[in-house]
Design a protein around this ligand. Structure first.
Ligand code: UT7
Length: 333
């Protein structure tokens, strides 16, 4: 039986910074409300006429991860791409990254598990490596939310939270330490509490255009914020404890926890409830907002660049979001 380790990591965010004060010009909101409720000060929103798409951003993050691993694109055996905001309805962006990296004919898989997408994708890659099928799997999380947000007062409870960006890792076969475990969960009965429901196969674009209903917000993301928040704080703790217990560890053994960046209040609540110190939890939501499937690899890449992840550290990744889905991964770096 083989093991898998993170051999290289990278990230990319669009240049365009949108501060809370910029949002005040688009809708009735204010810096105090956003900072107090979410911790977010600014986010990146790709320019509408720029070159950034989920796949191009994913490719840039992937190039950095491949270089950091000391590899070239030809060394990659398989791609797993997590996103809720693909370039197109179909095909998924995995194949576009394969094309953009110029790697011929390797497989490319798309994962649609929203905020938990990166850990689901990591888990898939881990299984392929542990069975001996692949040596180097590229795992990408990338989102371009800004193009699909309602930038008015009506959409403010969702729009101020989300940002654009991409992160990537190369997961590599090793006979040493690495990914210790992944735990994946879902509860589909809450599918509509955080969702974008239209257009869909029963309510397609021409119908929506013909109805011309100004009250139809189904093609913007909907979030039952309080409900999601309450489930998030519980599920995060459960799935982190599940990872620790499965490997015989306690919260105090974690060197760095990198939670999905949903809300700084959620991260701080978990930190306090689990008795973790401030330096045991990494947050960068202040600068990027919630980048869904990209948030964990962006945060992990920055933490690594800042020297906050060292050889032999115990790293815990955890996520909760739309589905509902939630997941954790424990890694001996
Ligand atoms: O990543 C996937 C998982 N996502 C999450 O985990 C997110 C979980 N939920 C949350 O983070 C929080 O629920 C939010 C940050 C989304 C909202 O915070 P909240 O404390 O739950 O606020 P609320 O929705 O209860 O709204 C409180 C008030 C309302 O006004 P009234 O009814 O009290 O007069 C809202 O209309 O704040 C108002 N409001 C805003 N005001 C200024 C909502 N959005 C805004 C805004 N600016 N952007």
């Amino acid at each position: 039986m083989y093991n898998s380790k993170i051999a290289g990591i990278g990230h990319y965010v669009p240049e365009n910074v949108v501060t809370n004060h910029d949002l005040e010009k688009m809708m009735e909101t204010n810096d105090d409300w956003i900072v107090e409720r979410t911790g977010i000060k600014e986010r990146r929103w790709a320019l509408p006429d720029g070159d950034d798409t989920p796949s191009t951003m994913g490719t840039k993050a992937a190039r950095m991860a491949i270089e950091n691993a000391g590899l070239t694109p030809e060394d990659i055996d398989f791609i797993v791409f997590a996103t809720l905001s693909p370039d197109y309805y179909f095909p998924g962006p995995g194949v576009m990254v394969q094309e953009q990296l110029g790697i011929s004919e390797i497989g490319a898989l798309d994962v649609r598990n929203q905020c938990s997408g990166f850990i689901y994708a990591l888990s898939v890659a881990d299984q392929f490596i542990k069975t001996g099928m692949y040596n180097n799997v590229l795992v990408i999380g990338s989102e371009l939310h800004s193009g699909g947000l309602e930038k008015t007062t009506r959409g403010r409870n969702v729009t101020v939270i989300f940002g654009d960006g991409a992160g990537a890792i190369v997961l590599q076969k090793t006979d040493q330490k690495g990914v210790l475990s992944t735990h994946l969960h879902a509860e589909g009965k809450h599918a509509k509490e955080l969702a974008l429901l239209g257009p869909n196969t029963k309510h397609w674009v021409p119908e929506i255009i013909a109805e011309n209903d100004p009250d139809d917000t189904s093609y913007y993301p909907y979030m039952n914020g309080n409900f999601v928040f309450k489930h998030a704080v519980t599920r995060f703790q459960q799935v982190i404890m599940e990872a620790l217990e499965a490997n015989g560890y306690a919260p105090s053994d974690i060197n760095l926890m990198i939670p999905h960046q949903a809300n700084l209040r959620i991260s701080q609540f978990i930190q306090q409830k689990m008795g973790l110190g401030q330096d045991q939890v990494y947050n960068n939501i202040m600068r990027y907002g919630n980048t869904t499937a990209a948030s964990i690899p962006i945060a992990m890449s920055e933490a690594w660049q800042e020297g906050k992840i060292k050889e032999n550290d115990l790293i815990c990744l955890a996520a909760f979001g739309s589905g509902f889905t939630w997941a954790s991964a424990l890694i001996r770096w």
